[in-house]
Write a new protein. Structure first.
Ligand code: K7E
Ligand code: CUA
Length: 652
């Protein structure tokens, strides 16, 4: 009952803080003059932004790309979603990317973009992001800003403490927020305490190709593994996960998972476990999961169902896993640039606990234990504690770091960012956010080398900040200057979906490597048409394959006859352009799919099953030239029993 009261109070505090700040309009001393702020974020026409910002779309399943400091939206990358604009999940080539062991799933809840790293510094190659609901991890290639791989995670549910890269992207790491029976089977939920386990997954990444491979899973006690972070520098061999529900409650978690005064940060020595696994330790168990890979040469994805995974239990890997007690259901788990401090965001705690990696190692060596849980030693809190940040605000969640020895923690309940020093753990500054900040991001702020110029707040509620759009308002980001002692609010900008975590890096890490075209001679699509003279139509039973080309400003062929009702028509359209930024589109009347939007040198396929006899128009959907309106054609559909032969022409 007491906990319930606490939560109710926190709920009131959210409302109170929102009302309070909404009355104070603009944030008082925290904001600079409007003209100064405007010039600080102004990117003049023709100029480019200094940073890319990759922001999770939350329940949109997508990843948004903004420029900083302008806050301009450049691109929405479909990941765990279908996107009619880009035909993602609609074209034959991309459908396999959304396959899972449960079939085609065109949606997920994407929270945590993380970037590949080299020596602890973001390297601009890949962004990883989690699907929370049907556990998946995606890899997005920053050469062409496309999702190239999605791996499903078996034995997981609520893939939230994911994905986080080790300091050389040897592994991308994922953890389950909801424990489940492993193997999952038809058992009473009351068997939670005995049967349910929390899987922590280690996905090996090939540094050259980026290819994923689910290397092993650790079957942990049935807690809720909430967030995670890899160590760096001295702690580079370790992973840290916050967990709550050490009560192992399976009902009324709001109360029952908030009983213990402390939950844990789990410290895992992945390097040692890797060595154990290399000796064949652990066990291969049956588990079904999809592994989807997009091939840059065939411009097509394949989906494979895998049937087993290696699992290890803590008992298999002695000396590799420890619990560090951490106050009150911690959420965020963040490691400072030196790799020495691990910050827990105890969302119900009144302080921010900061753990010391070197003290943790000493505590392990001197066996400063406080008992054990399921065979895992619990370290003494005081033996690992570096210090506590006092009076940081209410509801600490996530922490990022600058390059001057400071940390910035988001305060969900009191809607503010608190800046504090890693030297003495004293609060230096606070600024209000509008409202209910979740994650925050500093360019490189989770790495060894932050580019500490800005902090961006990602907020859950915007109330009166924007023009109203009915009951649902946009969620938003706010950009603050952190180059001085005091944080200064510069800009609000709306975001897509619900922004959780984000990554930001200097533009010159990515922009120079950006793909301009796909070379037509490298196109190995099975239905490619490399030149207009090869354009044709082939019937195979009731399948009709149209080998079509597009180039400014016509399709070949553009008149087709001989399709019949009952046929399945595949439009394989190759864009012959070899010029940057000249896509062509394709759409045909009555198509149950989306348009195709085909990049230079790419082949893409729309499937069409015409229902009625008649003549149908098709056209290019992308205004590609002065004669774009002429980029059009007709297909004749005859009755099911007709004998109209397949013919086509290549009129220009
Ligand atoms: Cu704090 Cu899903 Cu990272 Cu959102 S989580 S806020
Ligand atoms: Cu091609 Cu419009």
């Amino acid at each position: 009952m007491k906990r319930l009261t606490l939560w109710s109070l926190l709920g009131l505090a959210i409302v109170a803080s929102a009302v309070f700040v909404s009355c104070s309009k603009g944030g008082g001393k925290a904001s600079v003059g409007a003209a100064d702020a405007a010039s600080a974020v102004y990117v003049a026409p023709g100029e480019k932004d200094e940073f890319y910002n990759f922001v999770s779309g939350g329940f949109s399943g997508q990843l948004a790309v903004y420029g900083l400091p302008s806050g301009r939206l450049f691109r929405v990358i479909p990941v765990f979603s279908v996107d009619p604009e880009k035909s993602w999940g609609f074209s034959e080539e991309t459908k396999p990317m959304l396959m899972t062991s449960h079939g085609f799933i065109p949606w997920d809840d994407a929270h945590h973009p993380d970037m590949s790293q080299t020596d602890g510094v973001p390297d601009g190659k890949y962004v990883f992001i989690n699907g929370n609901n049907t556990p998946r991890i995606a890899r997005i290639d920053l050469k062409d800003f496309r999702t190239k791989e999605i791996i499903e995670l078996p034995n997981s549910a609520g893939n939230h403490s994911s994905p986080f890269s080790t300091q050389n992207s040897e592994y991308v790491i994922a953890g389950t927020r909801f424990s489940v029976p492993i193997p999952n089977e038809d058992v009473s939920i009351d068997t939670y305490k005995e049967k349910f386990k929390g899987a922590l997954s280690f996905i090996k990444m090939d540094k050259n190709s980026g290819a994923f491979n689910l290397a092993w899973q650790i079957l942990m006690p049935g807690f809720d593994y909430d967030l995670a972070r890899c160590g760096k520098g001295p702690s580079g061999d370790w992973m840290f996960y916050t967990c709550y529900n050490s009560e192992k409650a399976n009902t009324m978690k709001e109360i029952n998972a908030s009983q213990n005064d402390k939950d844990f940060i789990v410290a895992v020595n992945w390097k040692k476990i890797e060595a154990f696994v290399a000796q064949g330790k652990g066990q291969i168990i049956t588990s079904r999961y999809a592994h989807n890979v997009y091939n840059d040469e065939t411009h097509s994805a394949t989906s494979t169902i895998k049937t087993s995974v290696r699992v290890v239990t803590p008992a298999d890997v002695p000396g590799c896993i420890y619990y560090i007690p951490t106050p009150k259901s911690p959420h965020g788990c963040d490691v400072d640039p030196s790799g020495e401090y691990i910050v827990g965001g105890g969302k119900l705690a009144t302080v921010i606990p900061v753990m010391s990696f070197s003290k943790m190692i000493k505590a392990i060596e001197s066996k400063a234990f406080d008992g054990e849980i399921d065979g895992i030693s619990v370290l003494k809190y005081d033996a690992c504690l570096a210090g506590e940040v006092k009076n940081p605000g209410l509801g600490p969640l996530h922490t990022e770091f600058d390059d001057k020895g400071n940390a910035y923690t988001s305060m969900f309940v009191s809607s503010e960012i608190t800046k504090w020093s890693l030297k003495d753990f004293k609060v230096i500054d606070k600024v209000p956010t509008y409202y209910s900040i979740g994650h925050l991001c500093i360019p490189g702020g989770n790495s060894k080398k932050p580019w500490g110029k800005y902090v961006i707040a990602y907020n859950k509620i915007t109330k009166d900040r924007y023009l109203p759009t009915g009951p649902e308002l946009t969620q938003s980001a706010q950009l603050y200057d952190i180059s001085g002692e005091k944080m200064k609010l510069l800009l609000d900008f709306p975001t897509i979906g619900e922004p959780h975590y984000a990554q930001a890096v200097p533009a010159d890490l990515i922009a120079p490597n950006s793909t301009k075209i796909y070379k037509i001679e490298n196109n190995k699509h099975p239905y490619v048409t490399r030149k207009e003279a090869d354009a044709r139509v082939e019937r195979k039973g009731n399948e009709v394959h149209i080998y079509m080309t597009s180039i400014r400003s016509h399709f070949a062929p553009d008149n087709i006859e001989g399709v019949k009702v009952g046929d399945k028509v595949y439009w394989h359209v190759t864009n012959l352009e070899q010029d940057w930024d000249v896509p062509h589109g394709f759409a045909v009347l009555g198509n149950n799919n989306a348009e195709l939007l085909i990049m230079p040198g790419e082949t893409s396929t729309a499937t069409w099953e015409p229902k009625y006899a008649g003549v149908y128009a098709f056209y290019c959907t992308d205004f590609c030239s002065a004669l774009h309106q002429e980029m059009q054609g007709y297909v004749r559909v005859s009755g099911a029993g007709s004998s109209t032969p397949i013919t086509w022409n290549n009129k220009k």
